[in-house]
Design a protein around this ligand. Structure first.
Ligand SMILES: [Zn+2]
Length: 111
């Protein structure tokens, strides 16, 4: 997917547990917020050397949710979470790959 000019144009809290992003190409993404939290790629959550996840999912509350979302340059969003995690930066490309709308889930079969 060519990501060069694709960026979020609107962020919406769809429910207590879901966030939506409308993209500049018109695509509407849906994300369970818990899913976004456990897919954080910051140095605390992913080992930089091995690339292995370090998140202890049992330590993340089921009702974890974003407290604040801000943009970082023109390439990423920073999400501050209710569990105190605030170093996570989600690049647009990563976010778009994580899209959980039905259309994308059928395309990217993940393990
Ligand atoms: Zn993180």
């Amino acid at each position: 997917m060519e990501m060069k000019n694709i960026a979020p144009v609107e962020l919406k809290q769809l429910s207590n547990s879901e966030m939506g992003i409308t993209w500049s190409d018109g695509h509407q993404s849906v994300y369970p917020v818990y899913f976004l939290r456990i897919n954080c790629r910051c140095a605390l959550c992913v080992d930089e050397i091995t690339g292995k996840g370090r998140i202890l999912t049992e330590k993340i509350p089921n009702d974890v949710h974003p407290i604040e979302v801000s943009s970082v340059g023109r390439y990423a969003l920073r999400i501050t979470w209710s569990d105190g995690h605030s170093t996570g930066i989600y690049t647009f490309e990563h976010l778009r790959r994580l899209c959980q709308c039905q259309q994308c889930r059928q395309k990217n079969i993940r393990v």
